[in-house]
Design a protein around this ligand. Structure first.
Ligand code: DGL
Length: 256
């Protein structure tokens, strides 16, 4: 049993979509969230750069007492989790491209994956695709501009809508009926995406499965917080602290 907080990080605000699910599944756990918004987006950076940025954040979270780290970023998971596991002696839980449930659920035999360039070019994605989706057609699309839309809070702008129409239109034109959200920023665009896709396809957000997996890992390692004290939530950023505070308050009704 440990009352220490869980560290959660992302290139920016996107990982808060994972934070939200962790809070649901692990309501007694305190959390430290770090948004690397000053260095966002990670998606077009090299794996070496992302690993260096991730390591700096992990050291910071560990110095604040994190007992486990959730890498709430698909791109950082793909680029750096193996390195982090090798060098730091706490459990690391990363994002999984949800190709397996998509391949299982599809009726048309066509699935779509919307993710960053870094994730789609990474080994993890290729391995998962080969393991679980060799019997279906996989249509991939880099979500250029979507991370920025969430970071800048322009999710409802005509430009963001145009990008979503283009990316999702490509999937629908290929008779895709399952769309994997392969970037933790994208769940914040779900209402707009659902309006475009309607009943034609379902979206899969891996955050729920990741939160459940985190619970399993903490349980197995004897790290669950079994005290009934109220959890504390802390939010830090390399970007604009006031902007982060407003975003958290607006989306999760938690004052910093
Ligand atoms: N939320 C990150 C992810 O899941 C966004 C990556 C980026 O900053 O480009 O991939």
């Amino acid at each position: 049993m440990s009352t220490q907080p869980i560290g959660v990080f992302d290139s920016g605000l996107g990982g808060l979509s994972v934070w939200k699910e962790i809070r649901q599944v692990l309501p007694h756990e305190s959390m430290l969230y770090y948004a690397d918004s000053a260095n966002c987006p990670y998606g077009t950076r090299s794996a070496e750069e992302i690993t260096a940025l991730s390591e700096t954040i992990v050291q910071r979270l560990l110095a604040q007492g994190a007992k486990a780290i959730i890498v709430a970023c698909n791109t950082a998971t793909s680029a750096s989790i193996a390195y982090l596991r090798e060098h730091y002696n706490v459990p690391f839980i990363g994002m999984e491209p949800a190709i397996k449930p998509a391949a299982h659920n599809t009726k048309t035999g066509n699935i779509g994956v919307l993710a960053t360039q870094g994730t789609l070019e990474g080994e993890k994605f290729h391995d998962t695709r080969q393991r679980f989706a060799s019997h279906v057609h996989v249509f991939t699309q880099v979500g250029y501009g979507l991370v920025e839309a969430v970071e800048n809070q322009t999710m409802q702008s005509p430009e963001t809508n145009r990008l979503l129409q283009k990316y999702l239109g490509y999937m629908l034109a290929n008779n895709v009926d399952q769309i994997v959200l392969g970037c933790t920023h994208y769940p914040f665009l779900l209402p707009q995406m659902q309006a475009i896709v309607g009943e034609k396809a379902s979206f899969i957000n891996p955050a729920v499965a990741v939160a459940r997996h985190a619970k399993t890992v903490l349980t197995l390692q004897g790290l669950l917080n079994e005290s009934k004290d109220s959890p504390t939530y802390q939010f830090e950023t390399s970007g604009n602290q006031e902007f982060l505070r407003q975003f958290v308050e607006k989306n999760f009704l938690v004052a910093k």
